[in-house]
Design a binder for this molecule. Structure first.
Ligand code: MUC
Ligand code: MG
Length: 367
C-alpha cells in the first residue's frame, strides 16, 4: 500500500474540432498522464489538463510541480494516508489539476489494491450518468447542426451553450435557435466564462427569459463583486459558480456572499477528496451541483463519471462528460461510448482504466 514513485508524462492529442469559449480555446489536448506506483506493483492513473486561461497551469508547470514538489512528499506514504498527503500538497498554493490528478491516481491505486471499484468506495449510488454536451462558439445554424448531430449519434438532449460574446444578441440568437429547433425536448443552459459585464449579462438574461434555461454559469467575473451580487440577485434561474469556486473556502465565500446559487464540481481540478468536500458542503447548504468538464480526455471523463455516479446529489442533473468526443484519438484500450445520452462507469477495480501503451508511446512528448 506504499507509494514508491510518481510519473508525470506529457502527451498531445489534436482536436478534430477546436472548442472556443469566452476565456480561450483548445485545439490540442496537451495533457499530463500521472501514474502513482506502489510497492505491490499496482499503478494508479489519472490525467491533468492544463488550462492556463483558468488556473494558470501549463503542461510544463504541472510536470515540474509533480516531479519536484509533490512526488517527493507522497513517496513513502500509504495510499490510506489521504489527510496527510493533502496537508502536504496544500502547503503549495494553487496547481489544482496537478493535485487533482495525483489524488485520483491514488484513489485508483487504492481501489485496485482493495479490488473494489473507486465509484463504490466513493458512494456507489448508481453506475451511470446522463450526459450534457458543451457547444462551443460558432454561428447559430452551425451550433444547432452540431447539437442535432450529437442528439442523433449519442442520444444527448442536454446542452451547455457557451456565451459571453459581443454583441450579446449573437449568443441570444444561438439559444433562441436551439430552443426553436428542439422545442421542449432539450435542456439548455449557458456558460459565459466571465465574458460579459454584469449589465450585459442581465440584459442577455432578460432577452432569454422565455427560453426556459436551466442555469446560467459564470456570466461575468466573480471579482466584480458587487456587480456579480447584483446580477445573481435578479437572476430567475440558479447561477452556477465554476472557475470562481474551486475549493471549499471559495465555495463558501461565493455562496454566502450571494455571488452564486449553484456549484460546478470538476474532478479534474478538485480530485475525489476535495470534490467530496465541496459536494458535502453543497448538500449541507441545500445548493444544487452540476458535474462540470475541464475539457477532459477519456481518462478524465472516466474519473468524472466515477465520481458523479457515486453520489445521489451529483446524479440528479446531466453531467458534462462528452468533450472527449471532439478529440481525434485517446489513450484508452477500450474507448468510452455514450449511448442513449448516457455514460456508464468503467467496470472493474479502481477506475477500470486500461491504457493502450502503444498509443501512449505514440502521443507522449518526452521520448
Ligand atoms: C467550462 O465549464 O467553463 C472552459 C474553460 C474552463 O475552465 O472549463 C471549460 C468549460
Ligand atoms: Mg464553466
Amino acid at each position: 500500500m506504499k507509494i514508491t514513485h510518481v510519473e508525470a508524462i506529457p502527451f498531445a492529442i489534436p482536436y478534430r474540432k477546436p472548442l472556443r469559449f469566452a476565456s480561450g480555446e483548445v485545439r490540442v489536448a496537451e495533457h499530463v498522464l500521472v501514474r502513482v506506483h506502489t510497492d505491490s506493483g499496482v499503478i494508479g492513473t489519472a490525467e491533468a489538463p492544463p488550462r492556463p486561461f483558468t488556473y494558470g497551469e501549463t503542461q510544463a508547470s504541472i510536470i515540474a510541480v509533480v516531479q519536484t514538489i509533490f512526488a517527493p512528499v507522497v513517496a513513502g506514504r500509504s495510499l490510506l494516508e489521504r489527510e496527510r498527503i493533502h496537508a502536504d500538497l496544500d502547503r503549495t498554493i494553487g496547481n489544482p489539476t496537478a493535485k487533482a490528478a495525483l489524488d485520483m491516481a491514488i484513489w485508483d491505486a487504492l481501489g485496485q489494491t482493495l479490488e473494489v471499484p473507486v465509484t463504490e468506495l466513493l458512494g456507489g449510488w448508481t453506475d451511470r450518468m446522463r450526459v450534457s454536451h458543451m457547444l462551443g462558439f460558432d454561428e447559430p445554424s452551425a451550433m444547432v447542426d452540431e447539437a442535432q448531430r450529437v442528439r442523433d449519434e449519442y442520444g444527448i438532449r442536454t446542452f451547455k451553450v457557451k456565451v459571453g460574446r459581443m454583441p450579446v444578441d449573437l449568443d441570444v440568437a444561438v439559444c433562441r435557435a436551439l430552443r426553436e429547433h428542439f422545442g421542449a425536448e432539450a435542456e439548455l443552459y449557458i456558460d459565459g466564462n466571465r465574458g460579459w459585464t454584469a449589465s450585459e449579462s442581465a440584459r442577455a438574461l432578460r432577452m432569454m427569459a422565455d427560453l426556459d434555461l436551466l442555469f446560467a454559469e459564470e456570466l461575468n467575473p466573480a471579482d466584480d463583486v458587487l456587480g456579480r451580487r447584483w446580477l445573481v440577485q435578479q437572476a430567475q434561474i440558479p447561477f452556477i459558480a465554476d472557475e470562481s469556486a474551486t475549493r471549499p473556502g471559495e465555495v463558501t465565500r461565493e455562496l454566502l456572499g450571494g455571488s452564486a446559487t449553484a456549484i460546478s464540481i470538476k474532478t479534474a481540478r478538485s480530485g475525489f477528496t476535495q470534490g467530496q468536500r465541496i459536494l458535502h458542503e453543497c448538500e449541507g447548504l441545500g445548493v444544487e451541483v452540476v458535474m462540470g468538464n475541464q475539457i477532459d480526455g477519456q481518462v478524465g471523463s472516466v474519473c468524472a463519471v466515477a465520481f458523479g455516479a457515486a453520489h445521489h446529489h451529483t446524479s440528479r442533473r446531466a453531467g458534462e462528460l462528452s468533450n472527449f468526443l471532439d478529440m481525434a484519438d485517446d489513450l484508452l484500450a477500450e474507448p468510452l461510448r455514450i449511448t442513449d445520452g448516457t455514460l456508464t462507469v468503467r467496470p472493474g477495480p479502481g477506475l477500470g482504466l486500461v491504457i493502450d501503451e502503444e498509443k501512449l508511446t505514440h502521443y507522449r512528448q518526452d521520448r
